[in-house]
Ligand binder design. Sequence first.
Ligand code: SAH
Length: 463
Amino acid sequence: MRHFPIFLALSERIVIVSGGGEAALAKLRLLMKTEAALHVYAEAPAPEIAQWATEGRLTLHRRLLAHDDVAGAALVYAADEDDVLDARTAHHARAQGVLLNVVDNLEESQFITPAIVDRDPVTVAIGTEGAAPVLARAIKAQLEETLPAATGPLARIGQAFRKMAEALPHGRARRDFWSDYYFNAGPRALPQGEAAVRDTLDALLEGHLTRDQRAGFVSFVGSGPGDPDLLTLKARRLLDRADVVLYDRLAPQPILELARREAVLIEVGKTGFGPSTPQETINALIVEHAAKGAQVVRLKGGDPTLFGRLDEEIDALTAHGIAYEIVPGITAASAAVAAIGQSLTKRGRNQQVRLLTAHDTEGFADHDWRTLAAPGQVAAIYMGKRAARFVQGRLLMHSAAPDTPVTVVSNASRPDQSVVECTLATLSADLDLCPDGPALILYGLAPRDALPTVQSLRRQEVS
Ligand code: SAH
């Protein structure tokens, strides 16, 4: 270890930055997060620096750094991006025995500034001794993902509660309390403000002191169209912490694998016309587990608020006084339209888009076909494969143009994604070209001519 990591108290200490360009700006953005007294020496400072000086966030000296300026400073940054000027700054710092960093010059520097993940008061510093900045960035990106933005405020509020938490016995009990706070109850309460978080801490402590009364909770989580990379970070975290995961038949394996190893995974199979678990059974299962105090993830394809019978499940929870949250996901329409390189809305073509289902609990669903049949309309038709002939018939009956473009995207975002391009007239016949799996009908949209290569190849395989 050539560099020893420390966290330096900079409150009211002098930090000097020599330079007024990009390098100085980058350092200043970081340094302004501290409570240091910043002094910038630059003959031609960038406008941002002048602005910060006006706002009193730093002191600007419109001249070169002089020998005496350095005395008593905690740190000096040579950030002039000019070898001669940097050498001058370095000389002054060394002469005064002040710690020196020369930007982009590891050899001349006495200290280096690490890559930082800032969740104040939680700060993670990553150093590679200057050897692998790319690696440092990758680690930083990973940490940014795992440490939600709420970590900082939660840590600050949690800090003030440490004494109270000592009511819990040392070890496991206290650890469980804090992990419940940081990863479940805290992030949920934060949107309602700090006071709500403090109330939550009180309630949580109470609950942990009388452990068996811990309340269950249900998260309705959108799992997106299938590609695990299209999961939200929140969905990943919840899966990682769930006691019970209830999922539909089409939930992809790679997504289920994100669940905690100890979690109970329950399939509540549901397909359009195939064998399915009755809704009442699903409702009862969710209630049963939550009532036992479990953290339940009810995983739903795409976005949970679209064609997912969410309200029935929520009603069941409400009837039993069980708390829940809804975690949005990327809906199939977004993935399907991305696959064909188009937009769901476009200026001058369609200012609105309909998301509709071709069949409901009663059978084929009726809609305002006349409006949809007008030129330029766009609709994303869910669960439309078997109802395609019906939809086609209704639209043609209401004088839709037979050559209206229609695209069927099957398994959008999954490795076996396929795109079939047709027209309203050929829709029901062309559906034979679609592979098995969920399919979304994009009415009024054709794939963009110059599609990304991979997708064009896939299309040729099918047609
Ligand atoms: N809540 C889901 C929709 C549930 S209804 C969402 O927001 O996407 C189920 C229908 O969604 C399927 O019949 C199909 O029309 C569509 N669908 C879901 N995943 C899909 C995928 N990966 N590709 C194409 N269509 C999909």
